[in-house]
Design a binder for this molecule. Sequence first.
Ligand code: FAD
Length: 477
Amino acid sequence: MVDIVIIGAGVIGSFVARSLSKYQLSICVTDRHIDAAMGASGANSGIIHAGYDAIPGTLKAKFNIEGSDMMEKTCEELNVPYKKTGSLVIAFNDEEISKIQEMYDHGTKEGIRDMSLISKEQVLTLEPNLSPEIKGALLAKTAAIVSPYKLNINALENAVRNGVEFLREHTVLGIKKEKEVFSVITDKGTLTCRMVINCAGLYADEIARMVGDDSFKIIPRSGEYILLDKSEGTLVNHVVFQAPTMEGKGVLITSTVDGNLLIGPDAKEIKDKDERDTHRSSIDYVYKKGLQTTDKLLLHKSVTIFTGVRATPDKGDFIIEESRYCKGFINVAGIESPGLSSAPAIGNHVALIVKSIIGDISEKENYSMTLEKKKYFSEMNEEEKKEAILKNPLYGKIICRCESVTEGEIIDSIHQKAGAVTIDGVKRRTRAGMGRCQGGFCLPHVMDILSRELKVDKDKIQKGDEGSYILTGRTRQ
Ligand SMILES: Cc1cc2nc3c(=O)[nH]c(=O)nc-3n(C[C@H](O)[C@H](O)[C@H](O)COP(=O)(O)OP(=O)(O)OC[C@H]3O[C@@H](n4cnc5c(N)ncnc54)[C@H](O)[C@@H]3O)c2cc1C
């Protein structure tokens, strides 16, 4: 029996686990996937919103602003790429000018720093590649970009180093409660605990229903993106949003922390929560909308397209509270955008809810809220590279040529506490396979390294979840 079972190893479950990992509690995090960051947290825009667009007084506004304030320090503690680029919401007509005025007023009411409404001339000085049709913009200097999957993976890694257990491929199928003890039934056995924290993203409503709580519904809404090559990464300096519509924040253009250019997303209600297809119609829409912002987008420079799915709550706001229907069961649900921006603040808040239920909990004698400082090999200067190779000669062997990822880095990513066990796991931790050739060159090498380090046959190595094998057997004996 453990004290707490957290369902979901997305960015929210991982930050909840991290915030609780400093206390004397036994905790496990279960996820239906083989790794962390395989839900919405691994496929989104990666923007730390300034916080002006949530309605004042909502949980979204509160946690966005708190999380955005915490993010730079949190990324430093967790060794996650972070860049304060600032953001622009551009307006093309009078209606959109009133919309950005409204957002400015929201932000001012919430006390957001460094915001201003700027003229067309000022926009084009900051962003010379944008459309001359622009009439003005809202500039928010505190907005930033991060690596979303790194933020998720490193928060979980930190929690696991502090003693939290990560149970991969443990799908929760049912929950029973008897005499203050929960039995969390998974496809790999039953876990017993005193408290359950529901961070199951798209499935949070179904998990809540397992304890008789049907107070909310989660509606899946997909968003598709185009990622362009690093040659295009300097087209814009800020995150550039169009004025929001009823469907959401609209199509944005931003560089990523790794130097690519991201365009998207659209917003479409879908039926199947597990659908991750990309569609010609969505990609055409995203590209066309992007061209309104700048006509310099070159579609033939795309390296990949992908889809993320939002967990939109029917209540319109985040749901973060002990369930009214089941004591000891905490919902952290409906965490759509700005959930990534809010994650560190939500983690701390949930720890306070846990303390209010359990009573005072002592801190562990030994815990740390930081991971060791580590640069990608590709970011090191010549001296640092020499030193790294001297310490470990495998840092001198490049495996991924596009991103200059070394064998040493790949091995380290596998042997972390919550390390990589798949090709995609290595990719998200090291960037091997994220470059222009999308793994065409390095994939067989990464597979060899995974097979050797994990001591499993090559034909057992998967790209991602169960069944995604790369090899099926020998063609010649
Ligand atoms: C297209 C898009 C763009 C976005 N852009 C931004 C942005 O720029 N900035 C921002 O702040 N936010 C953004 N967001 C929102 C942000 O991505 C989410 O708020 C955040 O990732 C939610 O994290 P989560 O942990 O709640 O969900 P998830 O990451 O989906 O994690 C939930 C986890 O629960 C697990 N799970 C589900 N059911 C079970 C079960 N039965 N048993 C075990 N495990 C289970 C899943 O496998 C999954 O890993 C965006 C979202 C999308 C989709």
